[in-house]
Design a binder for this molecule. Sequence first.
Ligand code: HEM
Length: 136
Amino acid sequence: MIILKFLHVLFIFIWMGGLLMLTRMLGYLSKESDATFQAMNRINKRIYFFIDLPSMILAVTFGLLLLFLKDMNWKAPWLHMKLMFAFLLIVCDITCGCLIAKGKRRSRVFYQILHGLTGLFLIGVLVAIYILKQRV
Ligand code: HEM
């Protein structure tokens, strides 16, 4: 079980690092010329499909394995809060991935909001685990 938790947290780190970097990078690129945006988007595609997406899939898979193999209290408010923010992080990731895959360009404010929400939801998960869970 400890190996599952280790792998879950390891891939969470890689996933969060990739998603925060990509949403910030897209914000900077939104001000660049179309040629620069498309050239950098080819690199973003590799980062998304070779690092971000696989680490998200592995982090969630190990999390779900932990959830079903461990004796979890499914009624625990901290777990509901954590899974809600985890779901919102997955939505942010897929939104980012679709934009990168299509090479679609959005406004700078859009990327700033996506980046900010990603950070906020990450903090939400950590508050659920390290504050709410400790209080139960
Ligand atoms: C669908 C998504 C997820 C599921 C099903 C899931 C499930 C779990 C489970 C069952 C545990 C073990 C809890 C325990 O030992 O009491 C765990 C631990 C952990 N999860 Fe997740 N998780 C998910 C997403 C995330 C996300 C998005 C983050 C952070 C951004 C995260 C961070 C952690 C951390 C840091 C731990 C270790 C907590 C400790 O030290 O005990 N998880 N996860």
